[in-house]
Design a protein around this ligand. Structure first.
Ligand code: TXA
Ligand code: MG
Length: 330
């Protein structure tokens, strides 16, 4: 398949929207990560997403819309708390699971009677979604299991030859996938942490937020699968203790740090804040593969605010391996 690179001009956005209406696949930028989009009303188009990504069919997709008026095409009803959260955080990196309307392809929800909905804030995403006029189902535009693309280059490298077009929207400002929640009568289930934090959700709704660790795995099918894994092996470290790190081959090991000063004979990526660590995590993971790095040692952060989402992705990238748990012969 030939893949067209498109830009954010009005003409290119119209071309991309026509492709969606013709049941084709279009990769588009959002503020979180790039999405691999298809017409959410079409079984054929939605099925093609799973093939392009190599994604398990039982993992449901998020439906993206350009404005709240389109909610009525997607969800049967929207509770006052859900409305309050959309009014407060949409457009933005928040996805809410609602009761699904029959118009949405059952392929989108993998047979569940719910549907996840999001209104992205990236200006190209908004123009594109408004022009499409149909809701757009889109997972992150990576090959399943790999880090999600947060730049045009990453999206292009993963998806060229598999989709009809990729829209260039430069680098994503958030860099981690959206917060996914379900609202029940008495609480908010945090199915996936993101930039709309647990603290922000509680402040607006006065409801307690139940975190993924407290949830049974069936609530959000996506959390079962391997995720965010580069070719290099990722380890976590609480304090980048050089006595432990010195056992790794210096020419093939990279250190990701944010709090601690970097040890100087390794490849070091220093992030100036948790926000920057989150924004650049996926591009940094993939860049290390290009530099033939075999081991990445990533410093952990405290699990509050955006730190909860960042640690969730770091734990998946590393499959929970800590340098501090290794035993070295010395
Ligand atoms: O930031 C994002 O959310 C990006 C951009 C493209 O919008 N999209 C994204 O999609 O990350 P994906 O498919 O990689 O992740 C969707 C997550 C999965 O964990 C999935 O299981 C969950 O949302 N999900 C989707 N529909 C659901 C539903 N009906 N009930 C529970 N979880 C659902
Ligand atoms: Mg994904």
């Amino acid at each position: 398949m030939t893949t067209r690179p498109l830009s954010g001009t009005a003409q290119d956005i119209r071309t991309a929207a026509r492709l969606i209406q013709d049941e084709k696949l279009v990769v588009f930028p959002t503020e979180t990560v790039y999405g691999l989009g298809a017409n959410a009303f079409s079984d054929t188009a939605v099925s093609a997403i799973f093939t392009a990504k190599g994604r398990p069919q039982d993992n449901p997709l998020i439906v993206h819309i350009g404005n709240t008026a389109q909610l009525q095409d997607i969800a049967v009803s929207i509770s006052p708390k859900a409305k309050l959260l959309f009014d407060t955080f949409a457009p933005g990196p928040l996805t809410i699971v609602l009761e699904k309307s029959k118009h949405i392809s059952s392929k989108v929800s993998a047979g569940l009677d719910t549907v996840a909905v999001r209104i992205p804030s990236h200006f190209i995403a908004r123009k594109f979604l408004q022009e499409c006029e149909v809701p757009v189902a889109a997972p992150s535009a990576n090959i399943s299991g790999r880090p999600s693309p947060t730049s045009f280059k990453m999206a292009w490298n993963d998806m060229q030859g598999r989709v009809d077009a990729v829209i260039d929207g430069s680098s994503c400002t958030v860099g981690l996938e959206s917060t996914v929640i379900r609202i029940t009568e008495n609480n908010i289930l945090l199915l996936r942490p993101g930039a709309i934090t647990k603290e922000m959700l509680t402040e607006i709704t006065d409801l307690p937020v139940i975190t993924p660790r407290q949830l049974s795995k069936v609530e959000s099918p996506g959390i079962r699968y391997a995720h965010y894994q580069p070719d290099a092996t990722v380890y976590l470290s609480r304090n980048l203790n050089l006595d432990l790190i010195k056992h790794f081959p210096a020419d093939q090991t990279a250190i990701f740090s944010v709090n601690t000063l970097k040890p100087n004979h390794f490849t070091c990526i220093h992030f100036h804040s948790i926000k920057e660590y989150a924004q650049k995590l996926y591009t940094s993971l993939v860049e290390m593969d290009h530099r033939n790095i075999r081991f990445i040692i990533a410093e952990t952060v405290s699990e509050e605010g955006l730190g909860l989402a960042l640690m969730n992705r770091l734990k998946k990238s590393s499959a929970g391996k800590y340098v501090e748990d290794l035993s070295f012969d010395s």
